[in-house]
Design a binder for this molecule. Structure first.
Ligand SMILES: Cc1cc2nc3c(=O)[nH]c(=O)nc-3n(C[C@H](O)[C@H](O)[C@H](O)COP(=O)(O)O)c2cc1C
Length: 188
């Protein structure tokens, strides 16, 4: 399997980092595209450097390299996740404004009818943002909001992050042990 991983400047950059780590563990080949805001947010929110995150991707593309392979539908790829997805990138994908490689690759993923997973991060949401999500869901994208569940009783921030990352891996059918699946209530 080969996946495109777009990381944009939403809060929760750690979701994108953990996703890349898990894809590497699972032996999935990745093409990483980080926006400028994502790189800024990474440094503000985490102890990771851009170099460390780049090292997690099999292939790394510059955000302004509009001639990179993922810009074309002829490039063989199984799908794409934008994790986290800022409201700006969400808007760009929803209206087809393909002015950087992440937005172009997302548009290509959809036109080729490949799986596109969007992990939006914002709260509260205005009606424009909600409409953009609906537009994308209607166009076939899978919206996996960064809305962790708590039914697995997380004991750490890492476990909360991993629940969201696990849900994205689930969409692509990638095996993981990031959270315990619901088996029904424990009988007393
Ligand atoms: C620390 C930090 C946190 C941010 N969190 C969010 C967020 O949760 N959601 C969002 O839509 N934008 C957020 N932003 C703003 C985006 O980074 C900004 O709109 C940027 O232009 C997005 O560009 P991109 O989509 O090309 O990455 C944040 C910015 C910073 C610096």
């Amino acid at each position: 399997m080969r996946l495109l991983v777009g990381i944009s400047g939403g809060s929760g950059i750690i979701y994108g980092v953990r996703f890349l780590e898990e894809l590497k563990r699972a032996g999935v080949e990745t093409d990483l595209i980080m926006t400028r805001a994502a790189k800024e947010t990474l440094v503000l929110e985490t102890d990771y450097s851009v170099r460390q995150v780049d090292a997690l991707g099999t292939h790394v593309h510059r955000i302004d390299d509009i001639a990179a392979p993922p810009a074309s539908g002829s490039f063989r790829i199984d799908g794409m996740a934008v994790i986290p997805c800022s409201m700006k990138s969400l808007a760009g994908i929803a209206i087809g404004y393909e002015d950087n490689l992440l937005l172009r690759a997302a548009a290509v993923t959809m036109k080729e009818r490949r799986r596109l997973v969007i992990v939006p991060r914002e709260t509260p949401l205005n009606s424009i943002q909600i409409t953009n999500m609906l537009t994308l869901a209607n166009a076939g994208a899978i919206i996996v909001p960064a809305m962790p569940g708590f039914y697995h009783r997380p004991k750490s921030v890492e476990a909360i992050v991993d629940h969201v990352v696990g849900k994205v891996l689930d969409v692509f059918g990638i095996e993981h042990e990031l959270y315990e699946r619901w088996k029904g209530p424990i009988s007393t």
